[in-house]
Design a protein. Structure first.
Length: 338
């Protein structure tokens, strides 16, 4: 299993992080609609290929999470997308869940589906070049949620998925996302996230998952988007590091945070604050979708043929995230390089 540990560290080590480009066709259509670009298969590919062939892929991006459509496509040069990514010395990955559906017995909560036929799909993705995988579970916070049913059901599904991914020779990203939606405080988020993560690891251990060969993708500890509480980036970092130190077994090589509705600057600043006080052995880096792509998408939408300009915008954001993953980012550096 040391091979899985090597892959995990290649994806998240050396100041690198993950580009989450695994938006479903529906989600990508919403993103493109928001910038008035037609969501055709061709346009989705053009935007993604523009990012995948950028300079920062070599220095800042250790892995790219793909969607089923993208992993099977070829770029403008005829090169298969997984090969385009691995030629930059990044690792191709694949989202393998089939989405969050209503949880029977608790209709306000979700359970992630996709275990049926997963072993066969994993074999196919491995042949296509994927070496890591992603499965996302989502949890809402309120006075009564997340329920025990949601916590246990999603942890069990994440663990079964992770075991199958490792069986197929791929590193599983385990993503339990406690959502930002709601009026909960950072203290509430801390308590619920701790509960969710601890249960996930109980199930992972029960399912004989090698913890040295996984990547954890959690939320940061933040107040809800409708909460009046305002806390500093330093306090977000303290809550987040304490939560993970107390909840994650030491064998896990690293943690790649999701941005979860934060702006590009918030996601960068908070990751930087986390790494300034990271006194654990975990690599703490990024696995961002919107927080890596949003500015590049807006720029690209004005002229989808301006590849160099779009790449320059993306390179800037990726470089800032890379600095933040090492605790070396600052607002001054952000301004100087923008």
């Amino acid at each position: 299993m040391s091979e899985l540990n090597d892959i995990a560290l290649k994806v998240i080590g050396n100041g690198k992080g993950i580009l989450a480009a695994d938006e479903s066709t529906g989600t990508m259509t919403k993103r493109l609609d928001s910038v008035n670009v037609e969501s055709s298969s061709k346009n989705r590919l053009i935007f993604r290929e523009t990012l995948f062939s950028s300079e920062s892929m070599k220095n800042c991006i250790g892995g790219v999470i793909l969607y089923d459509e993208t992993i099977k496509q070829s770029g403008s040069s005829g090169k298969k997308i997984p090969l385009l990514i691995s030629d930059s010395n990044a690792v191709p990955g694949i989202k393998v869940d089939t989405g969050a559906k209503v949880l029977a017995g608790s209709s306000d909560e979700k359970i992630t589906e996709g275990l049926d036929g997963l072993r066969e799909r994993l074999k196919e993705y491995y042949k296509l070049g994927a070496r890591f995988t992603k499965w996302r579970a989502v949890y809402v916070i309120s006075k009564e949620y997340p329920s025990k049913l949601s916590i246990i059901s999603n942890a069990h599904a994440l663990a079964r998925y992770a075991a199958l991914a490792q069986e197929s020779g791929m590193v599983p990203i385990v993503e339990p996302e406690v959502l930002m939606d709601g009026s909960h405080t950072a203290e509430d988020c801390y308590q619920k996230t701790s509960e969710v993560i601890k249960r996930c690891f109980e199930e992972l251990i029960l399912n004989k998952v090698d913890l040295k060969g996984i990547i954890l993708k959690p939320n940061m500890i933040l107040p809800g988007s409708k909460c009046e509480q305002k806390i500093s980036s330093e306090d977000i970092a303290k809550f987040t590091v304490k939560c993970l130190k107390d909840s994650v077994p030491s064998e896990v090589p690293g943690i790649a945070f999701l941005s979860g509705g934060q702006t590009e600057i918030e996601a960068t600043e908070n990751l930087n604050s986390i790494n300034k006080i990271n006194n654990t052995n975990f690599v703490m880096t990024y696995s961002y979708g919107r927080a890596l792509q949003q500015s590049a998408l807006k720029f690209w939408s004005k002229n989808i043929e301006d590849t160099k300009g779009t790449q320059a915008t993306f390179n800037h954001r990726a470089n800032m995230c890379s600095l933040a993953s090492q605790g070396k980012w600052s607002k001054d550096i952000e301004k100087q390089n923008s």
